[in-house]
Design a protein around this ligand. Structure first.
Ligand code: PEP
Ligand code: MG
Length: 537
């Protein structure tokens, strides 16, 4: 038995096998082979498996993101059957007597280049797809699976994980996350908590762990490889205790989130998409306080259309059945990158071209999203909030686009609600400092403590090296929160907190003392926070 210690960023205990997630960035080697026939057979078998995976992805996407977005996996299956593509692979194997991995990778590169040089926009766009299918077949050939191929749930161990990778994982196949890099407020950590999974960062991971039995202790931040019987018994007990505690918390379902002195706090859920509404409702969320709409973009291969977005927002709003749903407009950039946006490299992306800055710079994208949200507002209680605000001018610009969109919908006779509350995220010190003026322009504030901590302490939330001083409890952060709540109220806005700090039960009483109106947390934290609220004076 071997134990390694890092930092726990998602609580709980997980017991299972390790799946070492390799991004597949290793170069494909050109190895010579003895039997051409056997190699072609290997390729055919890998192609069949890749087709099977694509079919499964299609079925899953159809349910989760609709037919339009799922169609890409059908296109990929067709491309795998293309005669020229297959001829090229078998020719390379036959003439050069090389392994299938090399033949597929070379064909993929050649075809991608050919497509990229075409004038027709449709074929140009297929360049990335042909690379994608080739990488999939190479992964199958070299045994580097992805989680969707796994039979049983696993402990996922990786060097680092980007949000765009994390959202691809099949959640039903995951028990825990363990990485070397990452930080407590990174979006990957947030996703782990959204999935209620134990997670640890800062572990000196080792590829040889792949397939081994292990225990992740998210409380102590340890991973234990090949645990002995005594340790296993001890951890099974803790897991059992957690289950009992969860059952106890169930008694708070249906109870109001009211303090002993009678103050009602709105206890909302943070979600990343339609699929999280089940967990939000199961955990008795009183609304959605933060719908991170950018996950819709991260999960797409191309810009999601107005209709695709409308369907997603409408489903969330309908699932929440009259409870308020606060949709945050697109917050891409920094660690949340999508290829088709082509945001470009930046020296300092955390302080760069992101969130509302992109939206105000590219109004066609912004207005498409606003139209989709307003259309969904006809089906329930919708609110909109804008991320990364630093100035009054930005708020006024956002409101101008909102007005334009409403006028357009009216002219087109498309129904929408006039009761959509407009709010902003307070996640920059600039916004907190001028919050008294901002409050007069909006219905509500939602304090994003993850970014507020990052910008107040000048610590990149992605930087694992600074994790020990990345302290959201820093007095400067707490003072900005207190001040924002006070100023929000002065200007007539209600004030919530939707960053990770909202789920920190050691601060619940303090936030209530500051006068917070709403707390929005990952679904798994709703009942623990309610337990704290009902015990507060
Ligand atoms: C925040 O910054 O606290 C927040 C809620 O937004 P995100 O974590 O998505 O940046
Ligand atoms: Mg933020």
């Amino acid at each position: 038995m071997q134990q390694f210690k890092g930092k726990g960023i998602g609580k709980g205990v997980a017991i299972g096998r390790i799946f070492f997630y390799d991004k597949g960035e290793e170069a494909v080697r050109r190895e010579t082979i003895d039997s051409v026939d056997a190699e072609i057979e290997r390729y055919e078998a890998a192609k069949a498996k890749a087709t099977e995976q694509l079919q499964k992805l299609y079925d899953k996407a159809l349910v989760e993101v609709g037919e339009e977005n799922a169609a890409i996996f059908e296109v990929h299956q067709m491309m795998l059957e293309d005669e020229d593509y297959n001829d090229s692979i078998s020719n390379i194997i036959k003439t050069e007597k090389v392994c299938a991995e090399y033949a597929v990778a070379t064909t993929g590169d050649n075809f991608a280049e050919m497509f990229a040089n075409m004038d027709d926009e449709y074929f140009k766009a297929r360049s990335a797809d042909v690379k994608d299918i080739s990488e999939r077949v190479v992964r199958v050939l070299s045994g580097r699976e992805t989680t969707s191929d796994l039979e049983e749930p696993v402990i996922l161990v990786a060097e680092d994980l980007a949000p765009s990778e994390t959202v691809q994982f099949d959640k039903s196949k995951l028990l825990a996350f363990v990485t070397r890099l990452g930080s407590a407020n990174s979006h990957t950590a947030i996703l782990a908590r959204m999935m209620s999974l134990p997670a640890i960062i800062g572990i000196d991971i080792d590829k040889s762990w792949n397939g081994k039995q292990a225990i992740v202790d998210g409380y102590k931040g340890t991973i234990t490889i090949d645990p002995d019987d005594d340790y296993m018994k001890e951890m099974l007990l803790i897991r059992h205790r957690d289950e009992e505690h969860r059952k106890l918390l169930q008694q708070l379902k249906g109870k109001p989130s009211v303090t002993k002195s009678g103050r009602k706090i709105k206890l909302y859920a943070n979600i990343g998409g339609v699929k999280d509404t089940g967990a939000a409702l199961d955990n008795d969320a009183e609304g959605v306080g933060l719908f991170r709409s950018e996950f819709l973009y991260l999960e797409s291969e191309d810009f999601p259309t107005e209709d695709t977005q409308f369907q997603a927002y409408k489903s969330v709003v309908q699932n929440m059945a009259g409870k308020q749903v606060v949709i945050r407009t697109l917050d891409l950039g920094a660690d949340k990158q999508v290829g088709y946006f082509d945001l470009g490299d930046e020296d300092n992306p955390a302080m760069g071209y992101r969130a509302i800055r992109i939206c105000l710079d590219r109004p066609e994208i912004f207005k498409t999203q606003l139209r989709a949200i307003y259309r969904a507002s006809a089906y329930g209680k919708v609110a909109i909030m804008f991320p990364m605000i630093i100035s009054l001018d930005e708020v006024l610009q956002c409101k101008k686009y909102v007005e334009e969109v409403k006028q357009e919908l009216k002219a087109e006779n498309i129904p929408y609600s006039e009761d959509v509350e407009l709010g902003i995220m307070i996640e920059t010190p600039a916004a907190a400092v001028i919050s008294e003026y901002l409050a007069k322009e909006v219905d509500f504030f939602s304090i994003g403590t993850n970014d507020l901590t990052q910008y107040t302490l000048a610590i990149d939330r992605q930087n694992a090296k600074l994790e020990s001083i990345n302290d959201s409890h820093h007095p400067a952060v707490l003072e900005l929160i207190r001040m924002t709540i006070e100023n929000g109220h002065k200007g007539g806005a209600w004030v919530g907190i939707c960053g990770e700090l909202a789920a920190d039960t050691s601060l619940t009483a303090k936030f209530i003392e500051y006068g917070v109106d709403e707390l929005s947390v990952s679904p798994a934290f709703i009942l623990p926070v309610r337990a704290e609220i009902v015990n507060t004076e």
